[in-house]
Write a protein that binds this ligand. Sequence first.
Ligand SMILES: Cc1cc2nc3c(=O)[nH]c(=O)nc-3n(C[C@H](O)[C@H](O)[C@H](O)COP(=O)(O)OP(=O)(O)OC[C@H]3O[C@@H](n4cnc5c(N)ncnc54)[C@H](O)[C@@H]3O)c2cc1C
Length: 497
Amino acid sequence: MKAVVIGAGLGGLSAALALAPMPVVVVSPCELGAGCSSAWAQGGIAAAVGSGDKPEYQFKDTIAVGNGLNDEDIVRQTMDDGPSVIERLEKYGVPFDRDAQGNLSLGLEAAHSKNRIVHAKDATGLAIMMALIKAVRTTPTIEIIENARAIELVLNDGTIHGVILEKGGKEIRLNTPYVILATGGAVALWRDTTVPHENWGGGLALAAKAGATLGDLEFLQFHPTAFDIGRDPMPLASEALRGEGATLITESKERFIDELQARDVVARAIWEQMSQGHRVFLDARTALGTSFAERFPTIYAICKSAGIDPTTAPIPVRPAAHYHMGGIVTDKHGRTDVPGLWACGEVACTGLHGANRLASNSLLEAASFGWHVAEDIKGTPSHEAIEPLREKSNLVHIRDAARRLSPEEKAQRIASIRALMSDNVGVIRDAKGLKSISEELAPFAEVSDRALVGLMIAQSALKREESRGAHYRSDFPDSRAEAVHSRIRLSDLEHLT
Ligand SMILES: Cc1cc2nc3c(=O)[nH]c(=O)nc-3n(C[C@H](O)[C@H](O)[C@H](O)COP(=O)(O)OP(=O)(O)OC[C@H]3O[C@@H](n4cnc5c(N)ncnc54)[C@H](O)[C@@H]3O)c2cc1C
């Protein structure tokens, strides 16, 4: 029986390759390599492979950033996997940078206590994806369906029996007891975002409608300095610029924050300036001057294409939604609580990141869990996968009726949901904004998957009456003594819709 992998980023392709020689279908809404965050990752993949480093040190760094919400067993498992993930990727032909002695070149990123960022120049994600795409295209047991997206999970007594795809206006039903959701994050649901448009949380809607539990949805990492030049998605002005001494200033040249503080602290400081009507700029004129183009060629090219010369003018920036820590709750094998449904990569909430993500742990998580999911499926006979493991779900599975809107109506609906998310579930939240967006989205949640996902995120943020990690409530600025995960199911929304 073929397994079906929905989504073709690092999580999905890792799972498909690890499942071979078991037959697999991989579904991607675009040509392989397009429409996924994995190919956009620049920095690299964190793994304790350097001399003097140990998975235990990376474990400690990850826990320190996660603000009490990491699942320690999952963190340990993932950090221990680091070296074998790098080895596996190299076997597929990923050209990671090495020094003259042949050792992996390891970068250092914020909140890592050791140099452990394995990279391929400044386009690591693209290098990884190119190698894996070549591998999946040449694996005879992997069938690839491009330009198709999953629109419904087929269930029988609460158990996965298949998936329905939409391709070129037609529906295709694939029968399978094994579905792997690897659809990436929900971050394109925000207006100000750094991720591809395909990653708006469609996988969360599919899972929720199938009866799966979602968790920690309120935890979303905002990148403090995305280019504010009217592009969608917004290009990143890397943290490395601040590391090199670039400063954050307002239009009246006022500095307002120590630029090297944690990502969420800097993002909040910028957000506050903007709420007071200021514009914010990243000023690299003194720190980098004429060396800018040589040190940061990609960012320099973006500046030039926007008519900005960063050697003589500051770069306009604003915080943008960047990474979703929450997702479909899974165990250490990537199993969800719906029999026959697994999830891996950014769509999953494994407990690795807790309330905040340590930089470059996300590519590691996607590759590591893709492999764990495959191992688990290979050890799960199809009759076991389709046997109900818990009480039957009575949920009615409704298609995303937004598909029936005209293109103009659909674009308008999407734009308004994205604006609502950025304005009310942004860097700084409060009950007023979260209640207001819930009231706006609730009437559409039954007919629009985007509204449904936005509503679930807003409700999770409303219920967390504290500030922790990436979730900041101006009306509850302190953390509670006890760190508690949030969980939400579709049935929790019944009174709202
Ligand atoms: C600009 C940028 C820079 C980053 N830099 C780093 C970094 O340096 N290091 C790091 O660790 N992380 C980084 N990240 C985060 C990291 O890239 C992601 O967390 C990771 O790639 C997620 O992998 P994934 O396979 O889960 O999702 P993705 O790679 O996003 O793949 C998801 C796939 O699912 C598809 N899909 C979505 N919905 C459907 C549907 N309904 N049906 C079928 N397919 C669907 C998408 O089109 C896509 O193919 C960065 C992210 C961005 C945006």
